[in-house]
Write a protein that binds this ligand. Structure first.
Ligand code: HEC
Ligand code: HEC
Length: 464
């Protein structure tokens, strides 16, 4: 038994090291900062129709038959979205919609991951930092297939409206189990689903397109109100070209083929319009105006060249910062750089039909806009730092920390979650920065500030 355990530990260590040195993933010193150029976007969408589509729409394509799901539903109405019809009784993270063959099905929607709680209220567009993907979803994938298979014939419409989702759920379930609470494996989900789609017409295929690493890397979830300033999507700036196609990516979990994808993606012009109007929640507490004004000067001297300027003279430079310069955990950028998903995406329907989107991987991270930064703790792409104050003073960053999991447990002085530094990573919402991909190192740009300058910058950031 002990031998097996030791073997398991050693092979895990070897495996983890292997990811740090993926072929061709050495830190590239040839560039420090790359400006990200804009791409043409579609205009004229309707923001209200965009939100409507996000909460009622059929963009996931297939799902669990509603008749089957209904029995397991609560009869409590949802108080967040207050939707009409069957959707009134479904949680805000799921939608009842009609599959292409006319059967009503249920599936998750974008707000499973892109709505977060603050002071007990759900904020649409804030990343959900309280998801927990540590349990394997493999048994659920099996049970769901079994349950639906027992109730409906394999040639029934219900089974057909379920089958695509079921196939992709089964393929991705083994790849999205993470070792960190709060971390979101969306990239792996997309990677696993695309792995079983024909690139040209997006139909299901059993044989994989590429090899996937064993280790499940996951990230924080970025707030959606920054999309309007960005020329490239995702932490590493990999998402280029037309945003409607990029946003639509979550649909690889269930959309049957490129014909259904084409119809859904047309509706994403409205979704993009909704995002262009989305604003961060204003800081709810008092702000010391004088201190904030001092902070603005410090910010403009030390931070704005990467993060832009705010207020009456807004600017955002859209810069990608190399791993060598930002020095934050390189694993996510390295991982995406080497993933088979890049070649797949760039030879697929997404890249080969108009409007075109494509992946451009780089070994670096985007310096994001900081609008509403007070609301979107924890910080960095991997969520390794609990507060802005700790982000600006690397000596204060805890190796192991935990939060209560309550959305009102917010620290207004340090901006972020109240946290307890731990000796060992224990408890439901513990964060372990020693795990591969979750280091709290790097972004040392606040270290050279004095205590006074730092607290002034924190005060200023409350106003963005
Ligand atoms: C399973 C959780 C999950 C679901 C479902 C999901 N997302 Fe995301 N989304 C993420 C994560 C995690 C990221 C960050 C990935 C990265 O940047 O590398 C992300 C990134 C994004 C970004 C890029 C933001 C930025 O600043 O670069 C946009 C836009 C986005 N998602 C929109 C959507 C839309 C629209 C949907 C529904 C069609 C959706 N997402 C569904 C988890 C999810
Ligand atoms: C050389 C460019 C650069 C400079 C200068 C810089 N930053 Fe950053 N900043 C980045 C990058 C890149 C990231 C994303 C790193 C990551 O996620 O791994 C980041 C992330 C952040 C974040 C976390 C964002 C989030 O959503 O998690 C905050 C807050 C921040 N920076 C504040 C500042 C402040 C305040 C200053 C000035 C003291 C500053 N930065 C200076 C490049 C820079």
């Amino acid at each position: 038994m002990r031998k097996i355990l030791i073997f398991a530990i050693i092979s895990t260590l070897i495996a983890c090291n292997a990811y740090r040195e993926l072929p061709g993933s050495k830190v590239d010193d040839n560039w420090k900062v790359k400006p990200i150029p804009p791409s043409a976007q579609q205009e004229g969408g309707d923001p209200a129709a965009g939100l409507d589509y996000l909460i009622y729409g059929d963009y996931i394509g297939s799902g669990v038959p509603y008749e089957f799901f209904k029995k397991k539903m609560s009869n409590q109405p949802d108080t967040v979205l207050r939707r009409e019809g069957e959707n009134a009784y479904v949680g805000y993270g799921a939608t009842v919609f009609t599959a292409p063959n006319g059967v009503k099905v249920v599936n998750g929607n974008c707000f499973t991951c892109h709505a977060g709680k603050l002071n007990g209220e759900v904020v649409l567009g804030l990343g959900n930092s309280f998801s927990d993907y540590r349990k394997s979803l493999k048994p659920m994938a099996r049970l769901m297939r079994l349950g639906v298979g027992l109730k409906y014939d394999k040639d029934s419409d219900e089974w057909k409206a379920f089958e695509d989702f079921s196939n992709y759920f089964r393929e991705m379930a083994p790849y999205i189990q993470v070792n960190q609470a709060g971390a979101n494996p969306a990239f792996r989900l997309a990677e696993a689903c695309m792995n079983h789609r024909n690139p040209a017409d997006l139909t299901y295929k059993k044989a994989p397109n590429y090899e996937m690493m064993d280790y499940t890397i996951a990230t924080d979830v970025p707030p959606l109100w920054n999309v309007k300033k960005k020329n490239a999507l995702y932490y590493n700036g990999i998402g280029r070209g037309d945003f409607t196609k990029l946003l639509f990516q979550a649909s690889v979990l269930g959309i049957p083929d490129s014909t259904a994808a084409r119809q859904a993606v047309n509706r994403f012009r409205d979704v993009v319009a909704w995002l262009m109007e989305l604003e961060p929640p204003p800081y709810p507490g008092p702000v010391d105006g004088q201190l904030a004004a001092k902070g603005e000067t410090v910010f403009n001297d030390h931070c704005s060249k990467c993060h832009g300027t705010y207020g009456s003279e807004e600017s955002y430079p859209n810069k990608l910062i190399s791993l060598a310069l930002v020095k934050t955990d390189p694993l996510y950028a390295n991982y995406a750089f080497n993933s088979g998903i890049v070649g797949w995406y760039n030879s697929s329907w997404f890249a080969n039909t108009e409007p075109r989107s494509y992946f451009e991987p780089n070994l670096g991270y985007v310096a994001p806009p900081l609008d509403g930064i007070w609301a979107s703790a924890p910080y960095l792409h991997n969520g390794a730092v609990p507060t802005v104050e700790a982000l600006l003073d690397s000596a204060k960053r805890p190796t192991y920390w935990s939060r209560s999991g309550r959305s009102d447990d917010y620290n207004h002085r340090e901006l972020g979650w109240n946290y307890t530094a731990l000796e060992t990573p224990e408890g439901d919402w513990a964060f372990d920065t020693t795990l591969p991909g979750y280091s709290n190192k790097g972004h040392y740009f606040g270290d050279k500030l004095s205590e006074e300058e730092r607290s002034a910058v924190v005060e200023y950031l409350k106003t963005l």
